[in-house]
Design a protein around this ligand. Structure first.
Ligand code: UFG
Length: 322
């Protein structure tokens, strides 16, 4: 298949590109390199440097390479930043996403696999969260992802574009070659591992008064390779679908730090800090739907495996891709 991967130089995008190439697909990456890394693009994939804000360029790329499916990762994804600067999120994740859809319509591209998020649900009223849970985002990031899902729904109904929204829970871990390198880094696991590497003195625990077993937030950490595998399965989908991607196990911030201490055999100093705005207490996926319908089976589900893979990558790349 001829596949365009937007944001294919980013964290989850690059791992998915590697998986697609491994399976013999023809891959074109469209990435502005604002946050992505050229070094993260697997050999065999073609890179076009460009931003989705330039819809005419996207349409040209779709036509030139005869693209059949778009896998759409390119977006901003920081919950905290979205609270302070919602415009950045609505413009890139919604307006520029819409330009991508218009380019697809212009070029006659009939399918999109969209990186959505557990943040579309907001604070859950029940866990595990299944796909029919109400979607009431509590931050602009989640809202931007939900708006785009709604746009996809209308584009499917009116123009027949197949759309598969994959709602990721907490992407984490690394492959031997590809890992997480954000600037600034805000995600828990890489920040904890930076302390283990001696790059920062301590990690902050944002909030210790949540209604959870140890007072800290609980998340469903899902290995990036398992996320990539789900995109490959979604290539065979037709129609309109939304699937959760998590493995149904929740771990608290304190559990993550403890597991990292075990894996790295380093002390890892942690400091209690106030809550971070926009954080729901618990996010755990009910992911039966994608297991049942597409046969998805996450393979790396223990915290030790997930953190161990991230640690291996960070030890090899202490400065990221630089
Ligand atoms: N946390 C800390 N200290 C830190 C960083 C994070 O205590 O230094 C806490 C957060 O408050 C949160 C948990 O660790 O409770 C996980 O935080 P991350 O920033 O790693 O991840 P988020 O849960 O905020 O968000 C991630 C993605 C989103 C996605 C969400 C869905 O970044 O895009 O998972 O579950 F929407």
């Amino acid at each position: 298949m001829k596949i365009l991967v937007t944001g294919g130089a980013g964290y989850i995008g690059s791992v998915t590109v590697a998986e697609l190439i491994e399976r013999g697909q023809e891959v074109v990456v469209l990435d502005s390199l604002e946050e992505g890394h050229r070094e993260a693009i697997t050999r065999g994939a073609r890179l076009v440097v460009g931003a989705l804000a330039d819809g005419a360029n996207t349409e040209k790329v779709l036509r030139e390479y005869g693209i059949e499916v778009v896998v759409h990762f390119a977006a901003y994804s920081l919950v905290g930043e979205s609270m302070e600067n919602p415009a950045k999120y609505f413009i890139n994740n919604v307006v520029n996403g819409l330009k991508l859809l218009e380019a697809m319509r212009g070029a006659g591209t009939g399918k999109i696999i969209f990186s959505s998020s557990a943040a579309t649900y907001g604070s859950p009223t029940r866990v595990p969260i299944t796909e029919d849970h109400p979607t009431v985002p509590i931050n602009p990031y989640g809202e931007s992802k939900l708006f785009f899902e709604k746009i996809l729904h209308r584009y499917h109904a009116a123009y027949g574009i197949d759309c598969i929204s994959l709602r990721y829970f907490n992407a984490s871990g690394a492959t031997h070659e590809l890992g997480e390198d954000h600037d600034p880094e805000t995600h828990l696991i890489p920040l904890v591992l930076r302390v283990a590497l001696g790059q920062s003195p301590s990690v902050k625990i944002f909030g210790t008064d949540y209604e959870t077993k140890d007072g800290t937030c609980v998340r469903d950490y899902v290995h990036v390779s398992d996320l990539a595998a789900a995109h490959v399965l979604a290539l065979s989908c037709h129609g309109e679908h939304a699937y959760n991607l998590g493995d149904g196990h929740g771990f608290s911030v304190r559990q993550v730090i403890d597991a990292a201490r075990k894996v790295t055999r380093k002390e890892i100093k942690a400091e209690e800090a106030p809550r971070r705005a926009g954080d729901p207490a618990v996010l755990i996926a009910g992911a039966e739907k994608i297991r049942r319908e597409l046969g998805w089976e996450p393979k790396r589900i223990t915290l030790e495996e997930i953190i161990g893979s991230a640690w291996e990558w960070m030890e090899k790349h202490p400065k990221g891709y630089k």
